[in-house]
Design a binder for this molecule. Structure first.
Ligand code: 4AD
Ligand code: MG
Length: 476
């Protein structure tokens, strides 16, 4: 195909009447003269000016919002206000029409709820174009961060036979005929007949495989899709989400917190440096959207200020025990305003508690460490008090938990005992225990929910709006 210049480039090229070819989708067509053309390379549209007297009138009728076209013409200094350059079209070719009577996207503000119903077209809006350009940049920044630090990217499997979190929230993978399930003599499903000769599921986390790799390659990370069949129909949960899971040998819980904080700051700074225009657009969008909300529901800071605040301040680090003390003495707890009132040490923290700590009490990102062993996973390292484990969660304003991680239990006997206590199938997990039998060492890692970070950096309030095709209960 004939080559084209990306609009992002056109807009920063000094105009000297040179000929250019651009291709994109019409956002608006004004006065039978001015096309606002967008090709996705940037938020900004390029103005293409047509001389309607010299153009075929049948062709002009096809220049409607949503149509795909090619324009060839001279790049000149813009005659009008609002843009530095424009293309004076000599030739227009329409690739694909978009019937204005039927095309669902019109040049006006559509609600996010409406756009979610037409997720196959929402890429074409300013908001979603921006969100997905940022999504690309953020994943790139994450790879860059780890690459610079000498970490290796490990591709953990998507189909697994184990439950990495031991929480039983898995989607089963099978080729058995659901209408005619083979049974064993004692009436159980006969997985020997299944594709893998055993029961399998979609992974909930790449951590266990990352541990195997870290105990050989030293420092690794995964970045892939993970799946949870938890029935959480909230604005912060997806059934299919992307997770970044670094795993580091010869590292303890403090190293782990340092790494997570450094990574978050690095990636946010990367966006402030490379995607400021997109973030500015989202900041303005948010200000507009929040105008209709009561004061107490509005964000305390504009988006860019919030991001800078996060990169410029040290995260607060406190123990779970300290957090419980703060929560118990808090106004909403005393006045029973929390849905789950905190009475005792050992209670699992709900998102209302996490958000209180971050948004009301500290007004900063907070790292909570040393949780009761009862409310955390089997692989976390038991502390000397025998009651808590070396687990850490990072809580962000407006989001709640964004990172969950821990130092791992590297002592064979202790791990085995924990697995037995927590009913983890020891027989099937011999491969995992082998790492503790042969050349075990202190190691640590964490999981960052990619979409949770996306929510933070874009200011989007629903996780379903930061992933192209969200999967959640009742929707795939
Ligand atoms: O806290 P989680 O369950 O931790 C793990 O999976 C560990 N294996 C990680 C590790 O140590 N390598 O999940 C980690 C993060 C959470 O902090 C959250 O940001 C995100 O994953 N997350 C979800 N994001 C979207 N939708 C869901 N249903 C999520 N569940 C967890
Ligand atoms: Mg967690």
């Amino acid at each position: 195909m004939e080559s084209r210049t990306l609009i992002k480039e056109v807009l920063t090229t000094p105009p000297s009447g040179q000929e250019m070819t651009v291709m994109g989708w019409v956002r608006t067509f004004r006065n039978n003269q001015f096309i606002a053309l967008n090709d996705g390379s940037t938020l900004d549209n390029l103005q293409v000016v047509v001389d309607y007297e010299s153009m075929d009138s049948e062709m002009l009728k096809k220049i409607t919002t949503g149509a795909a076209l090619k324009a060839v013409g001279q790049l000149i200094e813009s005659q009008g206000k609002g843009q530095a350059v424009e293309i004076k079209a000599d030739n227009i070719h329409i690739y694909g029409e978009a019937d204005p009577e039927k095309y669902p996207l019109q040049p006006k503000r559509h609600s996010l709820e409406f756009l979610r119903e037409i997720s196959h077209l929402r890429f074409r809006t300013n908001t979603f174009g921006t969100v997905f350009r940022i999504r690309h940049a953020l994943s790139f920044a994450i790879h860059e961060f780890f690459n610079k630090k000498g970490y290796f990217y490990i591709h953990s499997p998507i189909i697994t036979g184990s439950d990495a979190e031991g929480a039983g929230e898995m989607f089963q993978v099978t080729t058995l005929d659901m209408d005619n399930v083979p049974k064993t003599e004692d009436g159980q499903v006969d997985y020997k007949e299944d594709f893998f000769d055993k029961a399998t599921n979609l992974t909930v986390s790449g951590q266990l495989e990352a541990e195997l790799a870290a105990l050989a390659l030293g420092q690794v990370y995964t970045f892939g899709p993970t799946f949870r069949a938890e029935n959480s129909n909230t604005s912060r949960h997806l059934a299919e989400f992307w997770m970044i899971e670094p795993e580091v040998a010869f590292a303890d819980i403090t190293d782990n917190m340092d790494l997570a904080e450094e990574m978050l700051k690095y990636t946010i700074n990367y966006l402030l440096e490379h995607n400021l225009k997109d973030i500015q657009f989202l900041e303005n969008r948010l200000i507009q959207e929040e105008k209709s909300k009561p004061q107490h529901e509005r964000s305390p800071m504009p988006l860019i200020e919030k991001l800078k605040f996060c990169t410029e301040n040290e995260f607060v680090r406190i123990t779970y025990t300290e957090a419980i003390r703060i929560l118990r003495n808090s106004k909403p707890n005393k006045k029973k305003k929390f849905q789950f009132v905190i009475d005792e040490w050992g209670a699992d923290l709900q998102s209302e508690h996490e958000r209180y700590l971050v948004e009301k009490h500290f007004k900063k990102p907070v790292i909570l460490v040393d949780y009761p062993k009862e409310i955390k996973s089997f692989y976390m390292r038991l502390n000397e008090d025998d009651k808590t484990v070396g687990a850490m969660d990072i809580l962000f304003p407006g989001i709640g938990e964004i990172v969950g991680g821990s130092q791992r239990e590297e002592r064979y006997d202790v791990l085995l005992k924990r697995m037995e206590e927590m009913d983890i199938p020891v027989e099937e997990m011999q491969w995992f225990l082998d790492t503790r039998r042969f050349g075990s060492c202190p190691h640590a890692g964490f999981g960052l929910g990619f979409e949770r970070l996306m929510m933070f950096v874009t200011g989007m309030s629903n996780i379903r709006d930061v992933i192209p095709f969200p999967r959640y209960p009742g929707n795939a």
